[in-house]
Design a protein. Structure first.
Length: 101
């Protein structure tokens, strides 16, 4: 991955409109996500994201089915970025992972 300047990062985000907050809002709206944490791993250029997504819609779905659900919900957004890594949990799985009972 090449180094980008701040102006290039701003230009890319303004062109695509993809930011962690726009991705988070889309996931909350489209998947009824209860918790979304989006990290921009590209140094601010908006081209590489990692996400933790917690939604009841993931219940009884395999990892692949969960990823397909997310990718379908974000089809346009994902087409505009370089890399996307979702980590999908049900509310129960997320609570257990966080050390809840």
């Amino acid at each position: 991955m090449s180094a980008r300047t701040d102006s290039e990062a701003t230009s890319t985000q303004s062109t695509t409109g993809i930011t962690p907050s726009t991705l988070s809002e889309a996931l909350r709206d489209r998947l009824a996500a209860e918790h979304v944490d989006i990290q921009d791993l590209s140094g601010g250029c908006g081209q590489m994201f990692e996400a933790i997504i917690v939604s009841p819609q993931f219940a009884k779905k395999t990892t692949l089915a969960r990823h397909r659900l997310v990718n379908g919900a974000l089809k346009e957004e994902i087409a505009a970025i370089h890399a996307w890594t979702p980590k999908c949990y049900t509310p129960e799985e997320w609570e257990k992972k966080q050390g809840g009972s």
